[in-house]
Design a protein around this ligand. Sequence first.
Ligand code: PEP
Length: 251
Amino acid sequence: MRRKMVAGNWKMHGTGASVDELTKSLKVIDFPVNIDVAVFPPSLYIGKVVEALRGTPVAVGAQNVARQPEQGALTGEIASSQLVDAGCTLVLVGHSERRQVLGESDGELCLKFAAAQQAGLVPVLCIGETLQQREAGETLAVVGQQLTSIIDALGIEVLKQAVIAYEPVWAIGTGLTATPEQAQEVHAAIRAQLAARNAEVAQGARLLYGGSVKAANAADLFSMPDIDGGLIGGASLNADEFGAICRAAGN
Ligand code: PEP
């Protein structure tokens, strides 16, 4: 039985004051004990969030990581070892905003994935198709290729210490959510792809769905057999809404 996970991606939102407010509200939520919960604040606020959420079940992750684990001359980047030092346990790798807007390639993401694991961080690998790709019937091929690039470069075993988030690009921040059936179809295909290489990895892999998840649609999505929780953007900025999504995952 896989343990569900709900993770909040705060993206590039917040100020010192609003982050204090949000963590204050998160601290008093009774999170279900049978799920894992994490938040991914902007890097600037990681230390503050780690401090504020100490003693709660909420883990803290980063939204990005440098391609090398060691500190060094790489202006503007943060090494995975530094994220660990700051109290992070997870990191997003390959969010569609970074793939699409910042041009991160599969090759670069492999380096980031490896650097994260080398320092002991759990990468949350984000994969997903654009609307154009979905309409062209390419969804499974696109998602499959994004996953294959990691497996071919690093081996299937690395996915034992990782989480995969299927996030259709057309559903992120748009209010459009994949139906539970659409999401399940892709999740089942991802698990089948893993199973073709290693049945144990496939069975244990946590596959999150992301894309306009809210309290109102979370329970239906999380009831699907291959959906093991969610990666939540906009709705994670509201502690009540995030708490309700976590309760949906715990039921
Ligand atoms: C995300 O940014 O990963 C995401 C899923 O955003 P939203 O929930 O706002 O669609």
